[in-house]
Structures are given as C-alpha cells and as structure tokens.
Design a protein around this ligand. Structure first.
Ligand code: GDP
Ligand code: MG
Length: 312
C-alpha cells in the first residue's frame, strides 16, 4: 500500500446507549452490513470495525457494544471493549436516540466521555430525527446538548440517510494525517466466518422473544468455501438451558428453520454465493458467567475480562 504524504486516517469510536443506532450508522457509511442490527439491547457484542476508504482518507469506525453495568462475565467483556474503543479513538461520536429524552445512563456516559476525552473532538450525533415530532425538536436536542456543551452536534437519520454525508465530511476534517491501516477493499476486520455467525445471531434475535437472545451465542464450526459456487457452513447455537433449546428449535424444528432461512439469505448477500447453512443447538448452562466459556464463544479473552470491572 503506497500512501500519499497528506493521506488522513484514523479511528472513530461510536459510543452511546444500546439501540441508539450505532450499528445502523456504521453500516450506512460503509455501505455494507458489517454489524448486526436489531431492536434488542446487547445486539453488538464485540468491537466491530467498519472501514471506509477513498483516495485521500480512510475512516475506521469502531462500533462498540453498549455500555452496560457488568453483571455477567460477558457484560464485563462488553464494557471493557467499549472503554478501549473510547480510549483509542481519534474522534469520538456520541450517538443518541433524539426521539427520546436522555436518561440516567446518558448522564453516566457524559461523565465517562468527559473524563476520557482529553484533547480529542466529540461529535454528538442525534439520530432518529425521522422519529422526532416537531414539538420535541427543541426540548430533546437541548437536553442532549446540555450533557456535552462543548461538543458539535448534528441531527441525522441513519435509516433515511439524512445528514450522514455532512457528519462524514466533518469526521474526515478531524482525522489526523497518517498512513492507511487497512487495504482499500477491506470493509471490516471480521472474517466472513465470524460475520456469518453474527448473521445467524441476528436472525435469532429477530425471531425470538425477549428472554432467550441474551443467553444465545453462535459459533461457526465449519466454513468451507472450496466449492466456488457454494459456501458450506455448519454453526452451533448455544443457549443457556433446555427450555431455551426447545424454543430455539420450535415445534418440529420450525423456529430453527425460520432462523436458518433468514440467516442464509443474509449470508448469501454477504458472500455473493449460494450458501448451505447447517444449524444445531446445544445447551451450555450458564456460559455467560464463565470467563473461559465467554472467551471460547469469541468475546474478548481472559485478560480483558479483568480490566473492565464495574466501571459504569
Ligand atoms: P445500536 O444498539 O446503537 O447499534 O442500534 P442499532 O443500529 O442496532 O439500531 C437499533 C434500532 O434502531 C434498530 O431497530 C434500527 O433499525 C433502529 N434505527 C436505527 N437508526 C434509526 C433511525 O435513524 N430512525 C429510526 N426510526 N430507527 C432507527
Ligand atoms: Mg449495535
């Protein structure tokens, strides 16, 4: 990779409450699904990188998991990754759902960002403007702006694409000069096999009721692309207990079929080939509370676990 001397490149961390639209924003900017999206909290479990490159600059978006109170070992990994993203970024984007007023979590986030920001720029991205009634525009934007009075702010809609170009242009202005970090054709640091597993989890999040998804993990056990016309994937869906296993499988396998068919279609778009997707379900009792199991499911590692203790 040869880089012109005035090339700009940097990391942009997206922080904000679960459901604010961080993953939707990154996908919109990158132009491809690099992070899964759903109305359920805890959809994003690891720092997902989304990379956008032009001749003159490269932005590396870090879509961090939501900032949660650490309860399980899994939560601690999530909190540690979010914190790390915040520390290492060149520009910090605070993404908020402006259709709702800020809550206690936003106050905590404001404090955290204030204490970690140093000399870096904070952009407040007030998302879901499409969902904001005219009468709420002033009170809601004022309430968020009060949390970070020095930040620049913009109203956007990730869903409709409103103002996304403007925010991107501002991000690029703020990027430091530096060499390109990723090849221009790479849009994420995740291997296709990891993304395939995430798409299975996304399909399950969409199809299942509230309680099951939190205890759900997907591990791709086989990813075979030797056949140029077909990718063959075998994935294991791990659940917390036998009852959840029954729910995920459904009557005569009906739920697993719905999940599998939705995931297969998404993976086919991603890999641009036909996909065979084999899904199995296994109970791994209490895996979220076991640090070694959390690492085995692909979330952080045992060392990261200790650095994220109960910070928020
Ligand atoms: P994250 O948890 O911050 O990553 O949020 P997601 O990107 O997963 O989005 C959470 C939910 O909000 C999803 O159902 C999205 O479709 C929805 N969403 C995201 N952006 C917008 C937006 O601009 N307008 C509206 N109305 N919904 C949005
Ligand atoms: Mg997300």
């Amino acid at each position: 990779m040869s880089t012109p001397s005035d090339f700009k490149c940097g990391y942009v961390a997206l922080v904000g409450r679960p459901n604010a639209g961080k993953s939707t924003l990154v996908n919109a900017w990158v132009g491809q699904k690099v992070a899964i999206v759903s109305p359920k909290p805890q959809t994003t479990r690891t720092n997902q990188l989304g990379v956008l490159t032009t001749d003159n600059w490269q932005v590396v978006f870090v879509d961090a998991p939501g900032l949660l109170r650490a309860r399980h070992a899994l939560d601690r990994v999530l909190v540690a990754s979010a914190q790390q993203a915040l520390m290492e970024a060149d520009v910090v984007l605070w993404v908020a759902d402006v259709s709702r007023l800020p809550a206690a979590e936003d106050e905590r986030l404001a404090e955290l960002v204030r204490s970690r920001l140093g000399g870096r720029k904070l952009l407040m991205v007030l998302n879901k403007a499409d969902h904001l009634r005219a009468a709420r525009v002033l009170p809601n934007t004022d309430a968020y702006r009060a949390l970070a009075p020095d930040a620049e702010w913009m109203l956007v809609s990730a869903l409709r694409g409103d103002n996304l170009e403007r925010v991107l242009a501002r991000i690029v202005e703020l990027l430091p000069v530096g060499p390109q970090l990723f090849p221009e054709d790479q849009v994420t640091d995740k291997h296709l096999r990891v993304l395939a597993g995430e798409l299975v989890r996304e399909a399950a999040l969409y199809s299942l009721h509230e309680e099951v998804p939190h205890g759900l993990a997907v591990v791709v056990e086989e990813y075979d692309e030797t056949d140029p016309a077909l990718v063959r994937i075998e994935a294991m869906v791990y659940v917390d207990n036998d009852r959840h296993k029954g729910i995920v499988i459904g009557q005569g396998g009906s739920m697993l079929k719905v999940i599998g068919s939705r995931a297969r279609k998404e993976i086919e778009v991603l890999v641009e080939r036909q996909v065979f997707l084999g899904l199995r379900v296994k109970v791994r009792d209490g895996w979220r509370s076991d640090e070694r199991e959390v690492a085995r499911m692909g979330y952080g590692d045992a060392r990261e676990l200790r650095s994220g203790e109960e910070e928020f």
